[in-house]
Design a protein around this ligand. Structure first.
Ligand SMILES: N[C@@H](CCC(=O)N[C@@H](CS)C(=O)NCC(=O)O)C(=O)O
Length: 107
C-alpha cells in the first residue's frame, strides 16, 4: 500500500535547487502550492507576471509564459525546466514524500 503520512512535528524543509515559476491566481499553480504544503516543503517562488527577470528566463527556456513550471538546478550544472502541474506534483511527491510508518493508517 502506498499511503503517505502527513508529518506533524518535523519542521519545514527547503529545496534550494528548486524554483517554482507560478502565479497566485492560477488554479494549476494552486495544485502545486497545496502539494508543497502537504510535503512541508519550501521552494523559491517567482511570479513571471510581476518579475521581469523571471519572465525573461521563462520565455527564454520555454518559448512562452505558461505557469506552473518547476526549475531544477542539478548539481552537475544542468538546468531542467519541468512544466505541467500534474508532472510537478508527481515529481515532488516521489522525491519528498515520507512513507507512512507501519500502523499509521490504523490498520
Ligand atoms: N496543463 C497545464 C496548464 C497550465 C495553464 O493553463 N496555466 C495558465 C494559468 S492557470 C497560464 O499560464 N496561462 C497563460 C499562458 O499560457 O501564457 C498545467 O497543468 O500545468
Amino acid at each position: 500500500m502506498n499511503r503517505l503520512w502527513k508529518r506533524k512535528t518535523v519542521e519545514r524543509r527547503s529545496a534550494p535547487d528548486l524554483t517554482l515559476y507560478a502565479s497566485a491566481w492560477c488554479p494549476y499553480c494552486m495544485m502545486v502550492f497545496h502539494a508543497l504544503d502537504a510535503l512541508d516543503l519550501d521552494v523559491r517562488r517567482v511570479d513571471p507576471r510581476d518579475d521581469v527577470e523571471a519572465r525573461r528566463a521563462l520565455y527564454e527556456a520555454r518559448g512562452h509564459g505558461t505557469v506552473p513550471v518547476l526549475r531544477i538546478d542539478h548539481p552537475d550544472g544542468r538546468v531542467e525546466w519541468m512544466p505541467e502541474s500534474r508532472d510537478i506534483v508527481r515529481w515532488l511527491r516521489a522525491r519528498y514524500a515520507v512513507p507512512a510508518p507501519a500502523g499509521a493508517d490504523g490498520g
